[in-house]
Design a binder for this molecule. Sequence first.
Ligand SMILES: *Cc1c(COP(=O)(O)O)cnc(C)c1O
Length: 401
Amino acid sequence: MINQTGNLGLFVPGPTNVPHDVRRAIDIPMEDHRAPDLPEFTLPLFADLKKIFKTESGQVFLFPGSGTGGWEAAVTNTLNRGDKVLMSRFGQFSHLWIDMCERMGLDVVAIECEWGEGVPLDQYHDTLKADTGQEIKAVFATQNETATGVQSDISGVRKAIDDANHPAMLFVDGVSSIASIDFQMDAWGVDIAVSGSQKGFMLPAGLAIMCVSQKALEASKNGTMHRCYFDFKDMVNTNKDGYFPYTPPMSLIRGLRVSIDRLLAEGLENVFARHNYLAGGVRAAVDAWGLKLCAKEPKWHSDTVSAICLPDGFDSGELLRHAYSRYNLSLGAGLSKVAGRVFRIGHLGDLNEIMLMGALAGSEMTMRDLGVSITAGSGVGAAEEFYRTNYQARSELQAAE
Ligand SMILES: *Cc1c(COP(=O)(O)O)cnc(C)c1O
């Protein structure tokens, strides 16, 4: 097989497709990152990025790195070794953030959930209520668990904290949700939100995109963990004049300008509606195949990625290899606990229903090739009908353009 650059069927849940105008914005001559007119570009960019996080009072940061770097920045700036933090594990990404916090020397209270469930709101509430000494410094929540296709209720986490009258900070992993699914930094009282460039922001990997509340910035002033490259202080001091403490990846940041323009031109609410609409077709296909999502309940169904359980006796690793080599289709693997059992279709970023039906058709053909008992066209047909009958969402979107 010829290994093509630029996979024609890229349906992993990140990196996502980079739209043509964003690619063009990145493909520019190198520039002077200390030029006197750079702030004319960066300061409005920071202001518009705040709109994506729905924040007035928060401070946005662009760190070179990826989502994982954003996690590390969040933890090392605001917490101290031995601090107690409340987390929950229900997939590979929530697991990895717990692992990082343990390696950083935090005292992690990790609530174990079934993979396929979301953030356990009642247990968060009860744990915080029982913490009368207010030892828990931060509560962590993965808004969209990309490994299992589970979306959690962050406003519910805020409510659990408030109902327990607890002062802990709220940290959210929004890597596969922000700019695709609703996220409200201020209204939900989030103290740190972490995202990355290669998912909803439709850019190549390379940026940790974060938003930090004033409360978390205050906490960072007393934070004693070692940090240097990811120090908020150096970023704040240089960003205020439109610069960075070290050489920024300007080509990605130029691309970010165009990706934010696209999101704001479509309208954030339309972007969220489009993701919900696209996900609806995938869920209709999964139903018609007679398969189940890994997400246990509809309230947890993710609008950016579907993790689909294969029937017993079939290996999703083999499905992925076959889809890739036979149909040039990249699907997401089952990770860790669900390895071999689930495969994932990413449906976020620059995508429409026709593109997504290609992934559904490819998944269907692959499963049939492997001997999974599925009627040809059943999933694609169900998705077609879903998109035809839910046309309203799309026409509203077009009217807004
Ligand atoms: C992709 C992802 C990450 C990891 O981000 P990197 O950019 O790969 O470091 C973390 N959390 C979630 C929910 C993700 O989807």
